[in-house]
Design a binder for this molecule. Structure first.
Ligand code: ASP
Length: 345
């Protein structure tokens, strides 16, 4: 996996220290929530940027702002997330680095969807999502620092060509890897077992050598891909009904993609009927294809969480893609441990 370690001075996106322009796409979330003593208000992106103006000037970053959504990110539909990804695509097409402020509940999903929908290019401007765990009116808010960090990363050459990033608490995570793992801590995000792809500290951006580059992208999403979590003793007919007549479906199963024997028949039948059955698991397992999965009639989600696997399956089947092409897409999108890469196919 190619990558780069580039402890470039912050903001030097243009030779000679000229300012770079970053587009901020504001979509609500805790980072913009403010209690003014009488009630809750939501701050516009321009208000969040206004308080960073001196730091941004020192870092050489100019910011243009578009407010596109408001409120908690748990309310966003896939269509809403696609619309945000569309704004990101427009900004990148205009040649800008991009920051998206977003609620932390679903930041890992919208950022991943943007990753799936954005065309890759070696010098693609950075796309960086950020949010905060504390509201803006908290005595020690984490939002301003996260936003400043994200804007600096978005203006920095070191992050060009990377997949979409999530910047929180001084860490840069790949959107494909990151999950919110603690709803009550500043240190709420993890990319375990693979780890973050870089850091931003005091304006210095470091992107590790093994940071994933932008991957193959989809132009469209297939609708109607259900996700079902398998639990001990689940009724096989419930699984059969979920899979029936679908182009694709995701089942969250156990361990290394282990499936209760009662579900082997409904999965096999759905596969024979043409459904792309994708198995995800809570513990990390990077498998997409294996002899056992071939026999069952399913593919693995390649280490994606079940929620991300659903989005990836919608992308894989988008534009009417056939199942074999969709499997190739999922395989190309699998998460790879750096030391596994040479042995993977
Ligand atoms: N409820 C919030 C949201 O996701 C949480 C946050 O932003 O941190 O919109």
């Amino acid at each position: 996996m190619a990558g780069r370690t580039a402890p470039a001075p912050a903001g030097l996106g243009v030779a000679g220290g000229a300012h770079v322009t970053v587009r901020l796409i504001a979509t609500g979330g805790t980072i913009s929530s403010h209690h003014d003593g009488r009630g809750w208000t939501e701050l516009a992106g321009s208000e969040l940027v206004a308080e960073l103006v001196d730091d941004l000037d020192r870092a050489g970053v100019d910011v243009e702002v578009v407010d596109v959504a408001a409120g908690p990110s748990s309310h966003l539909s896939v269509d809403d997330m696609s619309a945000i990804a569309g704004h990101v695509r427009d900004a990148v097409a205009d040649g800008h680095g991009v920051v998206v402020t977003h609620g932390t509940d679903t930041i890992e999903l919208t950022s991943f969807l943007a990753d799936l929908l954005l065309p890759a290019a070696a010098d693609r401007p950075p796309v960086v999502f950020t949010g905060s765990m504390r509201v803006h009116s908290h005595p020690q808010p984490d939002g301003p620092r996260n936003l400043l960090d994200a804007l600096v990363v978005a203006g920095d050459r070191a992050a060009r060509g990377c997949g979409v990033l999530v910047c929180v608490d001084g860490l840069l995570h790949a959107a494909a890897r990151v999950v919110k793992c603690d709803a009550g801590s500043l240190d709420a995000f993890s990319s375990a077992p693979l780890g973050p792809v870089g850091t931003v500290q005091g304006g210095t951006v470091i992107v590790h050598d093994d940071a994933p580059l932008a991957g193959p992208h989809a132009t469209d999403l297939a609708p109607d891909v259900p996700l079902l979590t398998v639990y001990p003793g689940i009724d096989p007919s419930q699984v059969a009904r979920t899979l029936d007549g679908r182009r694709g479906a995701v089942l969250e199963v156990f361990g290394d993609l282990n499936v209760p024997r009662t579900l082997w028949a409904p999965i096999h039948e759905a596969w024979r009927a043409g459904t792309l059955v994708v198995l995800a698991s809570r513990p990390f397992t990077g498998t997409t294809r294996s002899e056992g999965l071939d026999l069952l009639g399913a593919v693995g989600a390649g280490g994606l969480t079940a929620q991300k696997a659903r989005l990836a399956t919608m992308a894989a089947l988008g534009g009417g893609a056939g199942r074999d092409d969709a499997i190739e897409f999922l395989h190309a999108r699998r998460l790879v441990r750096p030391h596994d890469e040479r042995s993977s196919t």
